[in-house]
Design a protein around this ligand. Structure first.
Ligand SMILES: [Zn+2]
Ligand SMILES: [Zn+2]
Length: 192
């Protein structure tokens, strides 16, 4: 199986991981009109037979004003035609963030909390993204996305299952609760 075909296959583990990261990134958004997050993940060949392709996070993005400019949460949205014209969208910010550090986006997959708008879709296509995995619909469906994805052979996949909420604490298995000193022990220990 070539790495290119991997994104065609739903993978609950990777969908959960990367959409979870996108969801976390969305929380950084500074435009109150939308909390959207995007994670760009490269899928490369492995050098060892039998191992799955290597996935790496290239960049993340969320909705917000360009670096150095005032943010909507501080000065309000710049509304033009009922849309905020100050905040850049998460998907394009992810592409720009990758460009800023020279991370190649060719052949990568975009995990997005919401279905991209048409301008973001165009940006992802031009950045060489070959798969878009998103969780939620956003506004009215633009038929150009599906039509263009089919024409270009780009994967556009919605993950409909509910993603797990934030992971339980780590190390639970290694932590013997009986060894934990009780508050009484601490108090009895005093400072001596
Ligand atoms: Zn805004
Ligand atoms: Zn957009």
């Amino acid at each position: 199986m070539t790495p290119a075909s991997v994104v065609l296959l739903p993978s609950p583990r990777h969908d959960s991981l990367y959409l979870g990261l996108a969801s976390a990134a969305a929380r950084g958004g500074t435009c109150p009109r939308a909390k959207v997050g995007c994670v760009l993940v490269s899928i490369g060949a492995t050098h060892m037979v039998g191992l799955p392709p290597v996935r790496r996070v290239l960049a993340v993005g969320y909705n917000g004003a360009p670096r150095g400019l005032a943010h909507c949460v501080d000065v309000g949205c710049d509304l033009r035609n009922a849309r905020c014209d100050r905040a850049e969208h998460a998907e394009r910010n992810a592409v720009y963030n990758a460009a800023a550090v020279g991370a190649a986006t060719e052949g990568a997959v975009a995990y997005v909390t919401h279905r991209p708008c048409w301008p973001c879709f165009r940006a992802l296509v031009q950045a060489g993204i070959r798969g878009i995995v998103y969780q939620e619909a956003y506004g009215e469906e633009d038929p150009r996305l599906v039509e263009t994805a089919e024409a270009l052979g780009l994967v556009l996949r919605q993950v409909v299952q509910e993603l797990p909420s934030p992971a339980p604490p780590l190390f639970t298995d290694f932590y013997d609760i009986d060894d934990e000193p009780s508050l009484g022990d601490w108090e009895a220990g005093g400072t001596s």
